[in-house]
Design a protein around this ligand. Structure first.
Ligand SMILES: [Zn+2]
Ligand SMILES: [Zn+2]
Length: 818
């Protein structure tokens, strides 16, 4: 009888080998597997290797099935399973399920982004009887630093900036115990063994006791902030500057000393209730603020309280985040008001990460610094997110998001390894590996030498972390972008071929790629509204309608090209674009006669018109640009909302958006919106959005002293109508063969404007177009590298399978083909 039972049991025993790929290392995946296996009484083992996690498990059939099911559905908080593959296993298995030693090899696995402190760790640092009470570097497997501390692979303590801190006995025991939340948490630390925070005076004077709290350095920093001081904080991915956001004098002092005249300051508050007293907070906003990525979320002001105007001059939004590290939690714990939490730098320089540089560069801004003795390995800025059309849209992708890979769409499975070097402003780069795109964290504007240095350093790090060996380079066609020059240099000095990609085509491809649009899907109409990009005809583009897939594009429409008077100066000084627009559209004489009573006329007539007109005639230092961004600048200048100078890219457009009157936008008859026409550019058949009638209506409203909020609403609505009219015109084809495209992809920095974005999306959907938009990667040039990577990969895949594709990448060609 018993032997019979034994046979039956024997027959039911199964053993599987399970391969798990995705973000499964350094996130507590093995202990999760171990716990489930022990729960179910299974035998076997789990280990890390170069491909991810390998599980061998044995037991009765039903339990093994339950195991696979639970492993797939209960990943640890920071884990993410991309693929699970199972096969029968025929070897011996350890009777008690165990975590086996890792097997090293080439890297095909993922590095998790930095994650905000988890609830369990918050509870510990607030609990007076916990051994980590008030310990500012507390973390566990489910939270804490990753990219900010990593220096190489594999991701273990020896390859991080935690290497100098030998674990104490208690931390070591937690680290080795699979049942503990800190099992293999590489940054595990405590008061006894980990980094320590210290408060310094940066101005060289002795830190005097008595004035502030002496409970500990962190609390001392908190009391200094309450007293109206500016304090530099050594954060996770860089130094930050903080002060009481409700103290107008301190905020003004911070602006002056940081030499940052208008760019909005990021804010941090202890909890959602404090944020809610200044902003309106929807469900998705709350989810973003409290998630593991914990970005800065742009929120509409509109709570019961107001912050000083100097926090975000001229804007209606505030950028808030919650405390992201234990250090921040402890500073804010007893502060019942928001603080400024801005990057520690002067003007446009990169955020300081080096202690010596901080003392040198930040001393003139902050008399005090809360520092610690752990090195910052990599500069990782705070990410920025905005909710538009009910979805979270990443505008700056850094802490909490990078370097999580973005899977490439169907058809890209065999994409070779590539490096795309991105753009010039808001630069990022992108690696292609294993069918995914790995987009770097936001680097910044490469014109700054220190930022370009950082960009190259980060590129070297990523090459090592992802064991990346590209077979080709991809870059923007712009002759002057430093990222393109770097790619050309690499091409000339090494064996790698270079694929150059048109700027706006890359924008469209980025949008297609993040939306999972298959490699061979039909072309879409890409609408790219941005500042500037290098056009194929040697002129500057920036308001483009491209029929595009990953391989080709045709420019079907654009904006009326207008001279940029003074070249780059025109991007900084909005009045130059206004003058150029008025002269190009109606001519000075007509403007001066018809609108003689406007202050605007008096203002413009005081400008150096003779020189400006000569520039227009000769085209010297006045390149023509079909730029939507410059149109926004011109309108902001006309309304005197931002006329002389933009303190940061996009300021004029952001200020225009901020004052839009919502009632006019929603309720006023469409007939009042400023009309644009669609006409062929002289000398070509290319249709363009022509603003002459818009200018006449706008200037008329200026004469009749229409309030600016009404005018900006009419402008936004009119522009959205014009864009959608262009799309419907372009979709139309003769005969009964259906529209030329049914899907539209929106990209470019102008789509960070929520009103323009939501109006265009709504109107396109009304016309039954499928609308693809950005969410995971920025619509601005921060997403460019992803599009370049997809185009480069498509070209190389095409070159392998279709010889007729030839060697000219991404050439224009739909009209010729169809
Ligand atoms: Zn934790
Ligand atoms: Zn310890």
């Amino acid at each position: 009888m018993s032997s019979h039972e034994g046979v039956v049991q024997q027959a039911e025993i199964v053993a599987l080998e399970i391969r798990v790929r995705g973000r499964v290392q350094g996130v507590g995946f093995r202990p999760t597997v171990w716990r489930i296996a022990r729960d179910l009484g299974l035998s076997g083992e789990v280990l890390n290797d170069a491909d991810g996690v390998l599980v061998r498990v044995g037991g009765d059939e039903r339990s093994v099935a339950a195991f696979v099911e639970r492993m797939a559905s209960e990943p640890p908080p920071l884990g993410q399973i991309d693929r699970i593959k199972t096969q029968a296993f025929r070897g011996n298995l350890p009777h008690q399920f165990r975590i086996a030693a890792s097997v090293s090899g080439t890297a095909h696995t993922q590095i998790a982004p930095d994650a905000a402190i988890c609830d369990a760790c918050v509870a510990e640092i607030k609990n007076p009887s916990d051994r980590r009470f008030r310990y500012p570097f507390t973390n566990c497997t489910h939270c804490g630093p990753r990219l900010g501390i990593i220096k190489g692979i594999p991701f273990d303590r020896a390859k991080t900036t935690m290497a100098p801190f030998a674990m104490c006995e208690a931390c070591g025991a937690e680290y080795r115990d699979p049942a503990d939340r800190r099992f293999h948490a590489e940054a595990v630390a405590c008061h006894a063994c980990g980094p320590k925070a210290t408060l310094l005076r940066l101005d060289g004077r002795l830190a005097s006791g008595g004035r502030h709290s002496m409970r500990d350095s962190v609390d001392a920093a908190r009391s200094l902030i309450e007293m109206g001081e500016i304090v530099a904080i050594k954060g996770l991915g860089g130094y930050q500057l903080t002060c009481d956001a409700t103290n107008a004098d301190t905020v003004a002092r911070l602006r002056r000393s940081k030499r940052r005249d208008a760019k909005p300051f990021a804010l941090m508050a202890r909890d959602l209730d404090i944020i809610r007293s200044y902003c309106s907070l929807g469900g998705e906003e709350q989810r973003q603020l409290t998630g593991a990525s914990a970005p800065i979320v742009l929120l509409d002001g509109g709570g019961s309280k107001r912050l000083p105007e100097a926090i975000a001059p001229g804007l209606s939004t505030l950028g808030f985040m919650l405390p992201t590290t234990p250090l921040h939690v402890l500073i804010l714990e007893h502060l019942d008001r928001p603080v400024v939490m801005t990057s520690g730098n002067l003007a446009d320089e990169p955020q300081v990460i080096d202690d010596a540089a901080a003392r040198h560069r930040l001393a003139g801004i902050a008399p005090y610094a809360l520092v610690h003795d752990r090195e910052i390995a990599n500069r990782v800025d705070d990410s920025v997110v905005r909710i538009m059309a009910d979805r979270a849209r990443v505008f700056r992708r850094a802490r909490g998001f990078a370097p999580a890979p973005i899977p490439l769409p169907p058809g890209f499975e065999e994409a070779p390894e590539l490096l795309a070097t991105g753009g010039q402003l808001k630069a990022t780069f992108c690696l292609v590996k294993d069918g995914a795109a790995i987009l770097s964290q936001h680097q910044g504007d490469l014109e700054d030498a220190a930022i370009f240095d950082d960009y190259r350093k980060t590129l070297t790090l990523y090459t090592e972390l992802f064991d990346h060996a590209p077979v080709a380079l991809v870059a923007d066609r712009h002759p002057e972008y430093l990222s393109s020059k770097l790619a050309r240099e690499l091409e000339q000095t090494g064996p790698l071929p270079l694929i150059e990609v048109q700027h706006h085509h890359a924008h469209v491809a980025a949008c297609l790629a993040e939306n999972g649009r298959a490699l061979d899907a039909p072309a879409v109409l890409g609408i790219v509204l941005d500042g500037l990009g290098w056009g194929d005809d040697g002129t500057l583009w920036g308001g483009e309608f491209l029929l595009a897939d990953y391989r080709r594009y045709d420019r079907l429409g654009t904006f009326r090209p207008v001279a940029m008077l003074g070249g780059v100066k025109a991007a900084r000084e909005p009045w130059r674009n206004l003058y150029a627009h008025l002269v190009a559209e109606m001519g000075w004489a007509k403007f001066a006669t018809n609108f003689s009573e406007l202050d605007l006329r008096a203002d413009l007539s005081r400008r150096p018109r003779t020189i400006l007109d000569a520039m227009v005639r000769s085209g010297i230092n006045a390149p023509k640009a079909s730029s939507c961004g410059r149109l926004f600048d011109a309108v902001a200048a006309a309304l005197n909302i931002c006329r002389e100078r933009q303190a940061y890219e996009g300021e004029a457009a952001a200020r225009l958006e901020a004052i839009v009157d919502q009632d006019t936008l929603r309720l006023e008859d469409e007939a009042f919106s400023y009309p644009f026409t669609i006409e062929a550019i002289s000398g070509s058949h290319l249709p363009c959005i022509e603003p002459l009638v818009m200018w006449q209506a706008l200037l008329g409203d200026l004469v009749s002293k229409t309030p600016a909020p009404v005018m900006t609403a009419r402008f936004h609505k009119g522009l959205a109508r014009a864009v959608v009219a262009m799309v419907t015109n372009l979709a139309r084809r003769d005969g009964n063969i259906g529209p030329r495209f049914d899907t539209v992809a929106l990209s470019g920095g102008c789509f960070q404007n929520r009103i323009l974005f939501e109006e265009v999306v709504r109107r396109l959907k009304q016309k039954n177009f499928v609308v693809l938009t950005h969410a995971q990667v920025p619509p601005n040039d921060g997403g460019l590298a992803l599009g370049q990577a997809a185009i480069g990969a498509a070209h190389l895949i095409g070159a392998n399978t279709d010889q007729s594709e030839g060697s000219a990448p991404c050439a224009s060609g739909f009209l010729a083909v169809s």
